[in-house]
Design a protein around this ligand. Structure first.
Ligand code: PXG
Ligand code: PLP
Length: 440
C-alpha cells in the first residue's frame, strides 16, 4: 500500500510518535460504516470504533442528515444567558436515560473538559453547603481523566504527568489501581477478588480525615491504561465509603457510557449510582466533539442560591451546548433506541470475550482482559524496548492486514463497533493473530 502525497509536516500530532509517523504516514480521508479509506483508496476495517467514539459506525446517514440540517438552520447560538432548542432537548434525553437521581446535564466539548468541570462542581458543591474545607480530590493509579490540569492531576498515568510534576494541582491523592497482588492473569470479565482494594480510600480518609475530601473520581472500567475491569463488589464498596464520609463519587464514563457496556451507563451495568458522571465520545457517536457532566439533583441544587440574577456557577465554554453537536447527539440517541444498539452490544460480549481469550495460548501474550465491548491483550515487551512490540503490531495490522487497532505501549486495545457482527470480529482477530505470529 503506497501513500498518496500528503504534506504532514505542519501538524504536530496528538499522542503520536510524530517522527516515526511522518516517515510513513497513515492518513485517512474517508469512512463509511465499519471501514476507513486512506488517501490512496485502501479500505481498512476499524477495530477501535474511531477512538472508542463511534459505536454505530462512521457516517451513519441519520447523523449526517441531522448535522447537515442543523448547520444550515442554526449554526451557533450564544451559549451564555441564551441557548438553543437542541441543547435543551439533548440534556432532557440524556438525563432520562441516566440512573435515577441524576437529573441535570452541563455540556462541554470533550472528556477532558467534562472532567475538569466535574472536579470544579465538586469543590463548589461543598463550598456552597458550608464545607469549604473539603478540597482534597482523590484519583487512582492507572486512571485516565484527560489531559487538562485537573484531569491530569487526578489521573494516574505516569508518562502523561511526569513533565508537569511540579505543576499538578495541589491536594490530590491516588488510590491503588485494581490489578492488585491477587489479580490472576487471563481473568475473564470482572475479577472475583479485590473488592477490598477499595479500602485504600478508607486509608486516605483516615490520613487526611474524610471530612476534608471533596470527591473521588474513577473510571468504572479503566480504559486507556489497558482495560481494567473492577473486581466484583469494588464499586459498591467505594460508594459505601464515600457515603460514610460525605465524599462525592464521580464516575468518568467517557468510554463506558452509551452502550460500550451494553447499557446507557456503566453505573447501571454495575448497579452503583455515583453523584456525578462525565461523558463524551459516544454522546455524538464521535461525529461532533461534545462532552457532558451529569449530576444528581442535590449537587445542582446546592448551587442554586443567592439573588436570582446572579450566575450560580462561573464556568462554561464558548461551545457548551453547541447546536450542531447537540443535533448529532440527538440523532445518536435516536439510533441507539431505534436500532437496539445497546442490546446488540450486550449480545456480542460473549463472542468477543471468547475470541480475545483464545489468544491466551499465544507465545507473545502475557494477559487478556475484557469487559463489555472493551478488550485488552498484553504483549511481552521486547528486551530494552518497551512499547516497540505493541507499535509494530499496530503498524503491521494497518499496512499488512488493513486493520486499525490501537496500542497503548505493549497493550493492544480493541473497541469493536456496538453493531458489528461475529463474522467481522472473527475475521479481524484472524488478522491480529497473523500479525502476532509474524512478530519476533
Ligand atoms: N476520561 C476518560 C475515562 C477517557 O477515556 C478522557 C477522559 C478525555 O477525553 P477527551 O475527549 O478530552 O480525549 C478520556 C479519553 C485510548 C485513549 O487509547 C482514550 C482516550 C483518549 C485517548 C486515547 O484508550 N479517552
Ligand atoms: N482564551 C480567550 C482569550 C478567550 O476569549 C476565550 C473565550 O472567550 C477562551 C480562551 C476560552 O475558550 P473556550 O470558551 O472555547 O474554551
Amino acid at each position: 500500500m503506497s501513500t498518496a502525497a500528503t504534506n504532514t509536516k505542519a501538524m504536530w500530532m496528538p499522542f503520536t510518535a510524530n517522527r516515526d509517523f511522518k516517515k510513513k504516514p497513515r492518513v485517512i480521508s474517508g469512512a463509511s460504516g465499519h471501514h476507513y479509506t486512506t488517501t490512496d483508496g485502501t479500505k481498512l476495517y476499524d477495530m477501535f470504533s474511531g477512538l472508542w467514539t463511534s459505536g454505530v459506525g462512521h457516517c451513519h446517514p441519520k447523523i449526517v442528515e441531522a448535522v447537515q440540517q442543523q448547520v444550515a438552520t442554526l449554526d451557533l447560538s450564544m451559549g451564555f444567558q441564551i441557548s438553543n432548542d437542541k441543547a435543551f432537548a439533548l440534556a432532557d434525553r440524556i438525563t432520562a436515560s441516566a440512573p435515577d437521581g441524576i437529573e441535570y446535564c452541563f455540556f462541554t466539548n470533550s472528556g477532558s473538559e467534562a472532567v475538569d468541570t466535574a472536579l470544579k462542581m465538586a469543590l463548589g458543591y461543598h463550598r456552597a453547603r458550608g464545607e469549604g474545607n473539603r478540597t482534597r480530590l482523590i484519583g487512582r493509579e492507572r486512571g485516565y481523566h484527560g489531559v487538562n490540569f485537573g484531569g491530569m492531576s487526578v489521573g494516574g498515568m505516569a508518562p502523561n504527568r511526569k513533565i508537569f510534576s511540579a505543576n499538578l494541582i495541589p491536594g490530590v491523592d491516588h488510590m491503588q489501581h485494581t490489578m492488585g497482588p491477587d489479580y490472576v492473569p487471563f481473568t475473564r470479565g470482572q475479577p472475583e477478588h479485590g473488592a477490598n482494594l477499595a479500602d485504600d480510600l478508607e486509608r486516605i480518609a483516615a490520613l487526611h480525615d474524610g471530612g476534608n475530601i471533596a470527591a473521588v473520581i474513577v473510571e468504572p472500567v479503566s480504559g486507556s491504561s489497558g482495560i481494567l475491569p473492577p473486581p466484583v463488589g469494588y464499586l459498591q464498596r467505594l460508594r459505601d465509603i464515600c457515603d460514610r464520609h460525605g465524599i462525592l463519587l464521580i464516575f468518568d464514563e467517557v468510554i463506558t457510557a452509551f452502550g460500550r457496556l451494553g447499557e446507557p451507563f456503566a453505573a447501571q451495568r454495575f448497579g452503583v449510582t455515583p453523584d456525578i458522571i462525565t461523558t463524551a465520545k459516544g454522546l455524538t457517536n464521535g461525529v461532533i466533539p461534545m462532552g457532558a457532566v451529569l449530576v444528581r439533583d442535590s449537587v445542582h441544587d446546592a448551587f442554586m442560591q443567592g439573588p436570582d440574577q446572579m450566575i450560580e456557577f462561573f464556568h462554561g465554554y464558548t461551545y457548551s451546548g453547541h447546536p450542531v453537536a447537540a443535533a448529532a447527539g440527538l440523532a445518536a440517541m435516536d439510533i441507539y433506541d431505534d436500532e437496539g444498539i445497546f442490546e446488540q452490544s450486550r449480545s456480542l460480549e460473549g463472542t468477543f470475550a471468547d475470541i480475545l481469550h483464545s489468544f491466551a495460548d499465544h507465545r507473545l501474550v502475557t494477559d487478556v482482559r475484557n469487559f463489555g465491548l472493551m478488550g485488552g491483550i498484553d504483549l511481552a515487551p521486547r528486551d530494552g524496548a518497551p512499547g516497540a512490540r505493541g507499535m509494530e503490531a499496530h503498524k503491521k495490522c494497518f499496512w499488512d492486514e488493513q486493520l486499525v487497532v490501537r496500542n497503548g505501549g505493549d497493550i493492544l486495545q480493541f473497541s469493536p463497533f456496538l453493531n458489528s457482527n461475529v463474522d467481522e470480529m472473527q475475521q479481524s482477530f484472524e488478522k491480529v493473530r497473523r500479525v502476532l505470529d509474524s512478530i519476533e
